[in-house]
Design a protein around this ligand. Structure first.
Ligand code: NFE
Ligand code: MG
Length: 592
């Protein structure tokens, strides 16, 4: 072995989009330098120029099909911020419910379908004793599906896959790798819950369909939410059923629809409490060494979300806004999205160019999206990571690389003294027998996603109860109409729309001139986390995390890289905002 090897993982699987990791290792397999590259480019920001701001959400929402609604939310909020339009309280509550439902849905799917197989050896589950699996399951949860017969059935199904040479959804794992530590029974339990979670997620997306007409990509509207509410008890719900009266009532959300929303919240809560949380703790107990690596930057950023008043009152947010630096939970630094010095994007290592020079950062209102591909023609062996090497930009806050996402949010709640968070974090650390420093790790990041799901699903009940109370008091308003006349708009306006997406702080920045979009920039969670080094050479969050105490047991099966990268829940479709591997123009868009 030479002194330095370079391990390339491209594409990283079980994520959305195309991510390439190049890791340099020493003779012992220890990662000494890691580089994260987005290998595709998209042009949504460019496509949006020249369009009507009220339509932007429908385009922006197509940035991603995983976080199916967050880009629409950020977009309508950017327009509302630019034009100073308030929305009715019911719309705020319904948006909160929709964003929150996305978290719980997305986090559960990430855990079971995208991340679990880094920790769970599917093939080992064949060796499990269904009776012992049942005992294990019943010892950690009251979940009803836990009989020996249930686990025997799952095992039989799995055996069928393996014997037929058809692992199907379970193909391509590093099965049998010594890094897998769970006993066969824990593996079988997790595989059973993998299949359960697939069925569960089909049910819980109903919430989005009820308020937004469909999923993925529910409908939104600048000024509120697009669903009317009907309290006519004879009205059965959506559609043209026997009680069809035409007009608004035909499509309004009825009491039946609202009851379904309540059922979905209960179903989400049950799965989080009885399956997701106990599984996370049970699996984490076998991987405590991962509580001591993968920390990364130690800097965390949250825009905050879930207003109880309006978007202009961050102090009313359920998830607080702020920045934490160098792991110091005693100080929350204030964050201002409009301050041109605070949030800037760099392109010194990205395949873009800036009119002001590639070493400078640009605030998103002044942001530029100009392609400048200087890399090798694919397929290539290595990227020159000292030069430009990614289609992602490098966002920075006050010049610092920041981690965003569930861990950042849980730390922010913790630092603010949020009681439930403090209790849950304390309980988790105690159960695992690890100290507070374990939060800053690969395991901490994954556990934070689970804890956040519990915190958010309980908050959903509160928002739903408030919505029902408003409705019972006669307030059915979900939309303000007045902004629909562009002749009332200022000649020039700009706004920042933000949300906390499942993967972290998301912001869309719009500049409106003569009622059309003159600039549109999206700075998204996976860009913060997966972006390349900046002009100062500071690594992004993935890079820094991989550089923290990772040793590859077998460079040909780099499961260690997958564990830490998946702990961030990457989405590169979001991060690079129509793939064109040949570098040719894929689509020409005519603008007015
Ligand atoms: Ni495509 Fe997304 C989320 C956004 S990305 S999944 O959550 O924004 O990081
Ligand atoms: Mg962008």
């Amino acid at each position: 072995m030479s002194a330095t090897n370079r391990v390339v993982v491209d594409p990283i699987t079980r994520i959305e989009g195309h991510l390439r990791i190049e890791a340099e290792t020493d003779a012992d397999g220890h990662i000494t330098r890691a580089s994260s590259a987005g290998t595709m480019v998209r042009g949504i920001e460019i496509i949006l120029r020249g369009r009507d701001p009220r339509d932007a959400w429908a385009y922006a929402q197509r940035i991603c099909g995983v976080c199916t609604l967050v880009h629409a939310i950020a977009s309508i909020r950017s327009v509302e911020d630019a034009l100073k339009y308030p929305i009715p309280p019911n719309a705020q509550l319904i948006r909160n419910l929709m964003i929150a439902a996305q978290y719980v849905h997305d986090h559960v799917m990430h855990f079971y379908h995208l991340h679990a197989l880094d920790w769970v050896d599917v093939v080992s589950a064949l060796k499990a004793d269904p009776k012992a699996t049942s005992q294990l399951a019943q010892s950690i949860s009251s979940y009803a599906k836990s009989s020996p017969g249930y686990f025997a059935d799952v095992q039989k199904k799995l055996k069928g896959f393996v014997e037929g040479g058809q692992l199907g959804i379970f193909a391509n794992g590093y099965w049998g790798h010594p890094a897998y530590k769970l006993p066969p029974e824990a593996n079988l339990m997790a595989v059973a819950h993998y299949l359960d979670a697939l069925a569960w997620q089909r049910d819980v997306v109903k919430l989005h369909a009820i308020f937004g007409g469909k999923n993925p990509h529910p409908n939104f509207v600048v000024g509120g939410v697009p669903c009317a509410i009907s309290i006519d008890p004879s009205h059965p719900g959506h559609g043209n059923g026997p009680h069809y009266r035409g007009g608004q009532e035909a499509t309004a959300v009825s009491m039946v629809g609202l009851q379904t929303v309540q059922n979905v919240i209960s179903q989400m809560r049950e799965f989080v409490d009885q399956v997701y949380l106990p599984d996370t703790l049970a699996i984490a107990g076998f991987y405590k060494d991962w509580a001591a690596r993968g920390e990364g930057l130690g800097n965390f950023l949250c825009y905050g979300d879930f207003p109880t008043k309006d978007m202009g009152s961050p102090e009313s947010f359920f998830l607080p806004r702020g920045a934490i630096l160098n792991r110091d939970l005693s100080t929350i630094h204030p964050v201002d999205l409009d301050d041109p010095q605070q949030i800037q994007e760099y392109v010194s290592h990205s395949w873009y160019k800036y009119s002001v020079g590639d070493e400078k950062g640009l605030h998103p209102y002044a942001g530029e999206t100009e392609f400048n591909y200087t890399g090798p023609k694919p397929p290539y062996e290595h990227l020159d990571t000292d030069a430009k090497y990614s289609w992602m930009k490098s966002p920075r806050w006050n010049g610092k690389p920041m981690e965003v996402g569930p861990l950042a949010r849980v730390l922010m709640l913790y630092a603010k003294g949020h009681e439930q968070t403090r209790e849950l974090v304390g309980y988790t650390l105690k159960t695992l027998g690890v100290g507070t420093e374990a939060l800053f790790s690969t395991l901490g990041r994954t556990a934070a996603r689970t804890l956040e799901s519990k915190i958010i699903v309980e908050a959903m009940q509160g928002w739903f109860d408030s919505l029902m109370a408003n409705i019972k008091a006669g307030d059915l308003k979900t939309f303000n109409e007045k902004q629909w006349d562009p002749s009332t708009w200022p000649k020039h306006a700009q706004g920042a729309g933000f949300t906390e997406a499942p993967r972290g702080g998301l912001s869309h920045w719009i500049v409106i001139d003569d009622a059309l979009i003159s600039n549109y920039q999206a700075v998204v969670p996976s860009t913060w986390n997966a972006g390349p080094r900046d002009a100062a050479g500071l690594p992004g969050a993935y890079e820094a995390a991989l550089q923290d105490r990772h040793t590859l047991y077998d460079p040909k099966q780099p499961i260690e890289i997958l564990r830490t990268i998946h702990s961030f829940d990457p989405c590169i479709a979001c991060a690079v905002h129509v793939t064109d591997p040949d570098g040719e123009e894929l689509i020409k868009v005519k603008v007015r």
